[in-house]
Every structure is written in C-alpha cells, then in structure tokens.
Design a protein around this ligand. Structure first.
Ligand code: KG4
Ligand code: ZN
Length: 371
C-alpha cells in the first residue's frame, strides 16, 4: 500500500511491537509523528491463562509453545487492524528481556526474521523500560519522573532520567507485588490472574476484620517486602477453614489495604529521597506502570499521596498497564528516534535490569551480587 492511506500519515514513523516475555502473546502497530506524539494503530493481546490454569501458575515450557502457536496470527491481526502493510514499517521491536527465556526467544526470533526479510531495523526492547515509557505514549509525559513499576515479576521505584537512563531507588527483597496478589488468590481458591480476582473479591469485603502486617513501612530506603504478608494471609485463612465467600472477601480487602499502605509509604519515601537526596525535579511527576497499576485501591492511595506531596500522577489505562505490544512498539520508536537499533545477533536476556549499577537491597540475599 502506498501514500494517501489513512493509517500512515506523512512524517509518521511506524513500528511493529512484539511481546512474548511471559503469558501474553501480543503485537501492535504504533506511530510517532514528527512532534514526537504517539498513536496506537492496533494493539492485539492474547492471554494464555486458560493453558496455565490447571497448574496454578505460568509454566514456562507451555508459555513458549503457546507463543509459537499463535504469534504469526497475532502479528497478522495487528497489521490488518492497523491497515498497514510491511512496506509501511520503519522498524520492528521485540521484547528481548527480562522474562521467560523460551518465550523471549520466540518473539525475538520472529522480529529478527521480519527485520531481515523486509530490510528494516530491529530494536530489542527491555520489557521494564517499555512499561516505564508508556506514559509518553498515553499522556505525552517526558522524563525526568519518578516511576513506581509494579508487575508480576518486578516491584521497583526508579528515577527515569531519559530513554535508557534509570536510577533505581527501591526494589523488593523477596516477592513482587503482582506475585503476592497471585499467590494470595491461589491460596484463597480464586481464579487466575490473581490481581483482578483479589480486587473483585475485596470489593465486597471488610478490610478491618483482619490485622495484617505492613512490611518495611518507615524504613529509610524505599524497598519492599511482601513474602511475610502472604504468609500472614495464609495463617489467617487456615484458622478459618472452611472459608465462606465473606471470609475470602474480607481477607482480600485486608490484603489490599495492607499492600496499599505499604506501597503508599514506600512511594512517599522515594518522593522525599528524590526531592532531598537527589535534588531532582523528577519528584514532581509520579508515574505508575505494570499490571498492578490497574488496581483501583492502590491507584486511589497513590493519587491521595500525590495530592498531599504536591506532585502530579499519571497512570496509563488498565489495558496499557498490563503486558501489551503497544508499549514495546513505543519503546522501539523512542530508541529508533535516537538512532539506536540492534544487530540480528542479539541474544534474549532472562535478566536485564534497568539500572545495572544498582546495589542489591539489604535482605535480598544478593548482597555483593549485581542483578
Ligand atoms: O505487567 P504485567 O501484565 O506482567 C508482568 O510483566 O509481570 O503484570 C501482571 C501482574 C499479575 O501479577 C497480575 O495479577 C497483576 O499484574 N494485576 C493486578 C491487577 N491486574 C493485574 N494486580 C492487582 N490488581 C489488579 N487489578
Ligand atoms: Zn509486564
């Protein structure tokens, strides 16, 4: 297809983004105009939950095979929904890490094949960076800002200084917040994925019925810990067996209230640290990202915090908080705009920290080890 087609406007750069790092197979076409504004032309996400449900969690081998089975079709859907064809693309971006390496290889190899066949650049995207930069696509927000990234595999507070430039302020010393939601859902017999199931059950619950701990509150560094909280939920649940629907709802509400208090306190600590220790204007803009940012109670807690601290808060819509191809395409476009592309020899990386120089948190069991 050529010029004059409505989907590709003059001066736009178009990138196809591919996401296969965990249990969502996703592809999207995103445009970036000469002024740097983003536009989502298509965004197709297929969840694999049905395939993993019987196992109570994501099985890496099943995830990789499921990506192989449907990725070609998802890419075809994304291209068709965008109304573009291969000649319109200025690049192809794929998540190269961090994540489950089998799935990463499926997406990255597919992107390499497209890049080679079409003679367009490959951009290898860090999944965490894609979450971190999504507000640029949704709200036009540019760094510097303070990022709270809360997903199934990560819980971090980062200073976002620019594309590819991050300074980690806080991280979890054990479970990620999304993982804590998923494990809580599992032990209470709720469906997968756990976060939305816990949120739904909590809506009918009384948070004050159970006293749960608030790990790390008041600590001077903005780190997190959720393993003890999950154990406390288990103990309360075991004391009540068999659980009624109301018991489950009350436990979910108490869990949500506890994690919200923790997240708000830790973020307050990071805002203060950014303002006082780093003397950076980044504290004025608080950005939420990752699947857990879809949670209404956590969002409300952080919105109140932002109002109290005098900063602005930005949260992408839920469909762009959870894993998707649009965020990968957008991160690819940002790198492409700065002239950064990758060789076809680039390997997938199961581990790929945003800030490689960050010192492991005390208590993480990784002291002295770069992660
Ligand atoms: O960012 P994401 O889609 O995938 C990863 O990169 O990990 O995040 C998935 C996580 C899961 O743990 C899921 O349970 C959680 O985000 N999640 C939520 C909600 N929606 C998704 N957690 C709490 N409340 C929600 N509404
Ligand atoms: Zn994610």
């Amino acid at each position: 297809m050529g010029a004059g087609k409505p989907s590709k406007q003059h001066g736009d750069s178009l990138v196809l983004g591919i996401e296969t790092s965990c249990d969502e197979t996703a592809a999207a076409v995103v445009g970036r105009d000469a002024a740097g504004r983003g536009r989502i032309l298509s965004n197709i996400v297929r969840s694999q939950w049905e395939k993993h449900r019987a196992y109570g969690g994501v099985v890496p081998e099943i995830a990789a095979r499921a990506h192989v089975e449907c990725l070609d079709a998802i890419i075809g859907e994304a291209m068709a929904a965008a109304g573009v064809d291969w000649d319109d693309l200025d690049g192809v971006a794929a998540t190269a890490g961090p994540g489950l390496v089998g799935g990463l290889i499926v997406g990255l190899m597919t992107a390499k094949a497209i890049a080679l066949a079409r003679g367009i650049p490959l951009i290898a995207v860090n999944h965490l960076e894609a979450h971190a930069l999504t507000v640029g696509l949704t709200d036009g927000i540019a760094p510097p800002y303070l990022l709270l990234l809360v997903s199934g595999g990560h819980t971090q507070l980062q200073l976002v200084l620019g594309v590819g430039r991050y300074e980690r302020l806080g991280t979890t010393i054990d479970d990620a917040l999304g993982e804590a939601f998923d494990k809580t859902a599992k032990l209470l017999g709720l469906g997968m994925p756990g976060g939305p199931a816990v949120e739904k059950a909590a809506a009918a619950g009384d948070a004050s019925r159970f006293a749960l701990p608030r790990p790390m509150i008041g600590r001077s560094e903005p780190h997190f810990s959720f393993a003890g909280l999950k154990t406390a939920v288990r103990q309360q649940a075991q004391a009540l067996v068999p659980l009624s629907t109301q018991d489950v709802a009350d436990l979910c509400a108490a869990f949500e209230a506890a994690v919200t208090d923790v997240v708000v306190d830790r973020t307050r600590c990071a805002v203060k640290m950014t303002r006082e220790r780093y003397d950076s204007p980044a504290w004025r803009t608080l950005v939420l990202a990752g699947g857990v940012a879809a949670n209404m109670r956590i969002k409300a807690g952080l919105t109140a915090l932002a109002a109290a601290e005098g900063c602005q808060i930005f949260v992408p819509p839920p469909a762009l908080c959870t894993d998707n191809g649009a965020m990968i395409a957008w991160a690819g476009l940002k790198h492409l705009a700065e002239g950064r592309t990758d060789p076809l020899t680039l390997p997938a990386r199961a581990r790929w920290p945003l800030d490689p120089d960050a010192v492991p948190a005390v208590g993480s069991g990784r002291l002295g080890v770069k992660v």
